[in-house]
Design a protein around this ligand. Structure first.
Ligand SMILES: Nc1ncnc2c1ncn2[C@@H]1O[C@H](COP(=O)(O)OP(=O)(O)OP(=O)(O)O)[C@@H](O)[C@H]1O
Length: 333
């Protein structure tokens, strides 16, 4: 897995917004999202077993009419504008979009690290902080943030200590096995490769068996070959555990390889532009990535993102950064 700094590790996050791959589908998605794309609550511990379809009837994550403004001196950046998203229980959803479109902001809202300016964010029908406080939701960022002085096993055990729980050594051993790190349990992070650190960070995020896993570019710093290998490992782990997972990535192939659905945001301010139902069989393997069906989806999504770039929707040049006085909500002025 990626070198991510797990706050804790969430399970899987399905975004219950559906859509076709055509332009019409895109419009339909936007309309559907305007109406609110059914997210229902209910993260109990009955996860789908390996090979089972995700239970889209039960909503794990929900963004409803979410707008997020970031005040910056006298201006405001509109990061998200009226985003409606639902993620079903036991689903794996990837989030794609141009740089700066608000992908990480979506993830941070779901992790309770940011508050929406308007709209509602719910995890299991409650504010995200509730699940975070119960150690049922984990986040892994691009930087793994392993403790340099602690062994791999102790790093993976950290969430138990933070939660004030006795360390479950059998669970640590299971996670070491799951991530292929058994032989390196006593090694320090400096003695590991980048990919091994990423895997250790993911193992740590999974330590408390979270119900929701939020991954922000966990493999972003790795070379292509290592990244691809870790993608397959993540796919295998996910198939075994079926944690509701939301993955933020820039890599279209990675997004498709791992997800049940891929959600594409518009350039800033981010709105849901398109939802791609991946529909490829699991387990996902290297062979799958050589099949035409896989490439069709990757090509379609890549074209969608290229279109954003070509049409100037890439929003780094101030297009959505407006006068703070005009846009800031009254309470923020
Ligand atoms: N804490 C913050 N303060 C001010 N602006 C912020 C803050 N966090 C995010 N932003 C702005 O919100 C917008 C969306 O940022 P975000 O990191 O969510 O985008 P992203 O899609 O994840 O980008 P990238 O793909 O480049 O990582 C950006 O314009 C960013 O500058």
């Amino acid at each position: 897995m990626g070198e991510s700094a797990p706050a804790s590790i969430p399970a899987s996050i399905p975004l219950t917004v559906s859509g076709a791959g055509s332009e019409d589908g895109i419009v339909a998605d936007e309309k559907r999202n305007k109406r609110g794309a059914g997210v229902s609550a209910g993260l109990d511990d009955e996860r789908p077993g390996p090979g089972a379809a995700a239970d889209r009837g039960q909503t794990a994550l929900e963004l409803s009419g979410v707008t997020k403004h970031f005040p910056l001196r006298r201006r405001v950046t509109v990061a998200l504008d009226g985003v409606d998203l639902t993620v079903g229980k036991g689903e794996f959803v990837s989030l794609l979009g141009p740089s700066g479109c608000g992908k990480s902001t979506v993830l941070r809202l779901l992790a309770g690290l940011e508050e929406p300016t308007a709209g509602q964010v719910r995890v299991d029908g409650r504010p995200p902080a509730a699940l975070v406080g119960e150690h049922r939701l984990s986040v892994a960022f691009q930087q793994h943030a392993l403790l340099p002085w602690a062994s791999v096993a102790e790093n993976i055990a950290l969430p138990f200590r933070v939660a004030g729980r006795p360390v479950d050594r059998a669970r640590i051993a299971e996670l070491l096995r799951l991530t292929g790190l058994t032989d390196f349990a006593e090694a320090r992070p400096r003695q590991l490769s980048g990919g091994m650190c990423q895997r250790a960070a993911v193992a740590r995020a999974l330590a408390l068996d979270p119900e929701v896993l939020l991954l922000d570019e966990p493999f972003g710093s790795l070379d292509a070959v290592t990244r691809r290998r870790l993608n397959f490992e993540l796919a295998r782990i996910w198939t075994e555990r079926r944690i509701t997972t939301l993955l933020v990535t820039h890599d279209v192939a990675e997004a498709v390889l791992l997800a049940d659905r891929v959600v594409v945001l518009t350039g800033r301010p981010g709105r849901v532009r398109h939802v791609e139902e991946v529909g490829l069989s699991r387990p996902r393997s290297g062979r799958l990535t050589r099949e035409a069906a896989f490439h069709d989806i990757v090509d379609r999504l890549t074209a969608l993102l290229d279109g954003d770039l070509e049409s100037g929707a890439f929003p780094e040049e101030d297009g959505d950064t407006r006068s703070g006085r005009r846009l800031l909500p009254r309470r923020a002025r």
